[in-house]
Write a protein that binds this ligand. Structure first.
Ligand SMILES: *Cc1c(COP(=O)(O)O)cnc(C)c1O
Length: 360
């Protein structure tokens, strides 16, 4: 067996330990005589899996009791609609557009109400986070929406926007559990898990209880109401059971690693190795304003599309895969999520140095 260093933006690398454990438990989960894939989501065994996963996530993020944790389906993209359907009581929301995912969320919300784009960084290909200290927040806005880490462009909010008292809603798909967060600053935190937590097919929504009401937009399907899932503890219908089980294992792995403070240190250390190299390289350049750099997604270019392609190809041959940048940005992108070991980044940088010498 040989495993590569996988720099995919998502679905992405998972801790090897977790995969090994899942493999060991594949045929017979803890004496149940069956795989987690085969068991009833109403069984006692499964109830323990989902309850433990929720508790571990609560411990890791220090989630207060007045927030619900929901394990849902439909990916992060389903939330682009679910959020306005459930939260637009006045029919107004403010969106900060810092990349494609925020833009898609804003466009989707426009179907359901007045979605104001109150700031954007599209003028410079989303290479920075705009100053959000004094934005024209709408008086009747039901919420202010951000995408906290922009997976495609490699930017991250270093400070949350001043929402002037309005509820903050954040898509954290690509920075979920990468560092500690103060949950109380948000009304809703959500993310697809396939970037930093588990297998595609699960989206986790952490939502303050007062935002969960029956007062939703007319016609909102039962399955798209937060209340449906909150009332049923994420077991209204069959949840993505196996995916939640793997998420639970990743939560336990994170606890063992020392929790989110330790993860932050680990991620800062990893990202620094790559950014320090980019800052001194003659050939490779980071594409993001230093003050807005993400710890998770690091886009870079040589400035020459042919050379970029050559690099991506040779890197893959050397065991560093999925480094091709997003089709809208070009160049390269190294996604270095929680489960990417430090030596993966060290070896990648060594490879980049060698490539630079050979192609100078
Ligand atoms: C990947 C991604 C999405 C889309 O996720 P899906 O689960 O494929 O819908 C949305 N937002 C961000 C920040 C992402 O990285």
């Amino acid at each position: 067996m040989s495993r590569v260093y996988n720099f995919s933006a998502g679905p992405a690398v998972l801790p090897e330990e977790v995969l090994q454990e899942a493999a060991d438990e594949m045929l017979d989960y803890q004496g149940s005589g069956m795989s987690v894939m085969e068991m009833s989501h109403r069984s006692k065994v499964y109830d323990n899996i989902i309850k433990t996963a929720e508790q571990d996530l609560r411990d890791l993020m220090n989630i207060p009791d007045n927030y619900k944790v929901l394990f849902l389906q439909g990916g992060a993209s389903q939330q682009f609609a679910m959020i306005p359907m459930n939260l637009m009581k006045n029919g107004v929301a403010d969106y900060i557009v810092t990349g494609q995912w925020a833009k898609k969320a804003w466009q989707e919300a426009s179907k359901y109400g007045k979605a104001n784009k109150i700031a954007s960084s599209e003028d410079k290909t989303f290479s920075y986070i705009p100053d959000c200290s004094d934005l024209p927040i709408s008086e009747d806005a039901d919420y202010v929406y951000i995408c906290e880490n922009n997976t495609i462009y490699g930017t991250k909010y270093k400070e949350l926007p001043n929402t002037k008292g309005k509820t903050l809603v954040a898509d954290v798909s690509s920075c979920f559990l990468s560092e500690p967060v103060d949950v109380t600053k948000y009304g809703v935190i959500y993310g697809g898990v396939q970037k930093n937590i588990g297998p595609a097919g699960v989206v986790i929504v952490i939502i303050r209880e007062d935002l969960i009401t029956e007062d939703v937009l007319p016609g909102t399907p039962t399955m798209l109401q937060y209340k449906t899932h909150a009332d049923a503890d994420s077991l209204y219908n069959t949840p993505p059971a196996y995916g939640i089980y793997i998420c639970g294992k990743v939560f336990q792995w994170l606890k063992k690693m020392g929790g989110l403070e330790a993860m932050k240190k680990h991620n800062e250390e990893k990202a620094k190795i790559l950014y320090d190299f980019l800052d001194q390289s003659e050939m490779f350049k980071g594409t993001v304003e230093p003050a807005s750099r993400s710890l998770m997604n690091v886009p870079f270019v040589t400035g020459d599309a042919d050379l970029d392609a050559k690099f991506v190809k040779e890197a893959a041959e050397a065991g560093f895969v999925n480094l091709k940048g997003h089709r809208t940005v070009g160049g390269m992108r190294a996604s270095i999520y929680n489960a990417m070991p430090i030596e993966g980044v060290e070896k990648l940088v060594a490879f980049m140095k060698k490539f630079e010498e050979e192609n100078a």
